[in-house]
Design a protein around this ligand. Structure first.
Ligand code: CAA
Length: 381
């Protein structure tokens, strides 16, 4: 059930206030310490942010996709590392269980994920399986009423904090492609799971990605999400939704950058006047605002269509392609408007420039989005 408009606005306003008053002042500290402070995580819990996409029956806010992207566009008007804290519980970590999980799995995990007591991670990518997700080599071989899992997952967001992994593993090694893959909700404390050290990254310090190594890890068959052999479709449908979510993330960051460049353009003077009065600077601002608005409009349209039960796989890829590339261009223009200051750490713009680079890579590169869009067009001829 959608929220009434007044409640929806109150929610968006409270997130906006939280971002302004609590998160923005901590951006530099989080980047330096590579950690989001626990009191902020707890405040996110109190605001219900871990459970925005989890149904109310399981303690979440049960937002529609439209409401979710509105909240995310507010939440991301700060360092995107903050969003990453809740990102996997809201998106790719939990949605396999929400959409395809058994009643038992939902009851076990969703209340804890909604409250933020547990963290969910999405374990698809491997050293040899990135864009080619159907080539996963991690095996899950049936042994009585368990599956024995062996393999390495790579760049897994929030793996070091995870209580449960949505794992994609090959349950039938005789089938090479998508059909041999099964999805599992694997408790992270099972014997045989080792978490690697967080990777050193170009940006988004405070958000962690690690290897997850499975060695003869015995996973009960009750952990299978959906049906055996249908794990690839689970992953793809989780990613359809995830790509919309990431598009909202990109749009939120772009909004912040447009505000930053506009503010700087009225404060900074050159040639005896504020730089915002120069038409060439205005062009940078105007192009950024136009593209941000286009991103917002696309994301809202696709989210409403998803809420109406329409198939949005192609539209989610259109949004992800446009918004992730768009925020890269906006961040680049922000550096340009700030000039030398845009290159210097104190102003924080170079941090955003680095932070947004990942959006063109994770949850499917721009090239994978192009492939999905073109395949959908061709399919419908
Ligand atoms: N919904 C439902 N089913 C889908 C689907 C979707 N969106 N996409 C594909 N399928 C189905 C197909 O219909 C097909 O089923 P049938 O055989 O029954 O017809 C099956 O899945 C295989 O599909 P494809 O033949 O299209 O598979 P493919 O091997 O050609 O790959 C791909 C398709 C789009 C390239 C896919 O591999 C892909 O999305 N790659 C990118 C992976 C990705 O996004 N990884 C990100 C990991 S998560 C992350 O980054 C976050 C983090 O934590 C860091």
């Amino acid at each position: 059930m959608p929220l009434d408009l007044e409640t929806r606005q109150q929610l968006v306003d409270s997130v906006s206030r939280f971002v302004r008053e609590r998160l923005v002042p901590l951006e530099e500290k989080v980047a330096e310490e590579d950690e989001v402070p626990l009191d902020i995580v707890n405040e996110m819990r109190e605001l219900g942010l871990f459970g925005i996409s989890i149904p109310t029956d399981y303690g979440g806010l049960g937002l529609t996709m439209e409401e979710e992207v509105l909240v995310v566009m507010e939440l991301c008007q700060t360092s995107p590392a903050f969003r990453s804290v809740i990102g996997t519980n809201v998106g790719i970590g939990s949605q396999g269980i929400v959409m395809f999980g058994s009643q038992e799995q939902k009851e076990e995990w969703l209340p804890k994920l909604a409250s933020g007591e547990a963290i969910a991670s999405f374990a698809l990518t491997e050293p040899g399986a990135g864009s080619d997700a159907a080539s996963v080599k991690t095996t899950a071989i049936k042994d009585g009423d368990h599956y024995v899992v062996n393999g390495t997952k790579r760049y897994i967001t929030n793996a070091n904090k995870a209580s449960v992994f949505t794992l994609m593993a090959r349950s039938n090694p005789d089938i090479k492609g998508a059909k041999g893959i099964t999805a599992f909700a694997v408790p992270a404390d099972l014997p045989g799971i080792t978490i690697g050290k967080p990777e050193k990254k170009m940006g988004q310090q405070g958000a962690h990605i690690c290897d997850v190594i499975f060695e003869d890890c015995r996973v009960p068959e009750s952990c299978v999400i959906g049906k055996e052999g249908e794990g690839f479709k689970v992953a793809m449908q989780v990613l359809d939704r995830g790509r919309l979510h990431v598009s909202a993330v990109c749009t939120g960051v772009a909004k912040r950058l447009v505000r930053e460049m506009t503010q700087y353009a009225v404060e900074r003077e050159q040639f005896g006047q504020r730089i915002g009065d120069f038409q060439l600077v205005q062009a940078l601002m105007a192009d950024s605002q136009t593209e941000t608005y286009a991103g917002e409009a696309m994301v809202l349209d696709a989210a409403r269509k998803l809420d109406n039960g329409e198939e949005v796989s192609m539209l989610a890829s259109c949004c992800k392609l446009f918004c992730s590339e768009m925020v890269g261009r906006v961040a680049d223009r922000a550096v340009q408007v700030f000039g030398g200051a845009g290159y210097v750490a104190d102003y924080g713009i170079e941090r955003f420039y680095r932070d947004v680079r990942i959006f063109r890579l994770y949850e499917g590169t721009s090239q994978i989005q192009q492939l999905v869009i073109a395949r959908n067009l061709l399919k419908n001829v």
